[in-house]
Design a protein. Sequence first.
Length: 264
Amino acid sequence: MLTLLPLEFRKLLGFRSARLGLLVSLLLPIVWAVAPRLSAVMGVPMTSGWHLPAVSYGIAIQTLIPLFIAVTVAELIGSEVTQGTLAPLLLRPVDRVKIILAKLGAALTYPVLLILATLIGSLIAGIPFGYGNFTGGTGLGPGMFQGVGDLSSGAAFAQVLRATLLAMAMLLPVAALALLFGVLYLNTAAAALATVAFLSIMRLLVVFPESIQKVLLTNYLNLYTWYGQDPATRMGLGASLILLLIYTVGFAAMTVYAFDRRDV
């Protein structure tokens, strides 16, 4: 598996969809930085570069990044089926489980790369605003953008780092889900559509009782803004991370099982 993982990772980065997703994630924060109505949307003046990560995450994670993940991860299976390279690969003396675990490892790195690209783009775009101490909040801590008083650059960095790690964690189940649909459908477009549809339908379940809402994956796709969470419909931070881990491991286990028995 350790020899297969770098190969699958190179395949992933070779996809146009993967490179496009990373490029868009890197460049979009620049758009938010020069947007004329950004301060009005934030509700406070744009006075620090530490504001940009929250703005970028808030827009990209709820719209573009899940779509990038769905398409690119699904392509790990779909492209090989289209090119006719998956069946010959399975005829080699390599365990099927090792093959799919390598693809899973590559798939789970893509959300991390997208968030890192968004963070880097945000930090570059925020340079003109500066990264010193300021009054207010980063949008990722207590008080959101309003803050609770003066905030040091060190404290702001800690809030951004914390939110970045949470954003990576909460997107891992989406990547595992996309790979599962990739195995089930053996088609990139169908798998990506199924992933987006699954998430969209789960978002509609907010009309159900709070006890059900607390276990919905989509209820935790803004986990990075933990300080703004509604405790009535979400579990504590530790329990939330455990739930996300259960989703990731569950989708991964189903992917391995389906791939091991899939006739390709």
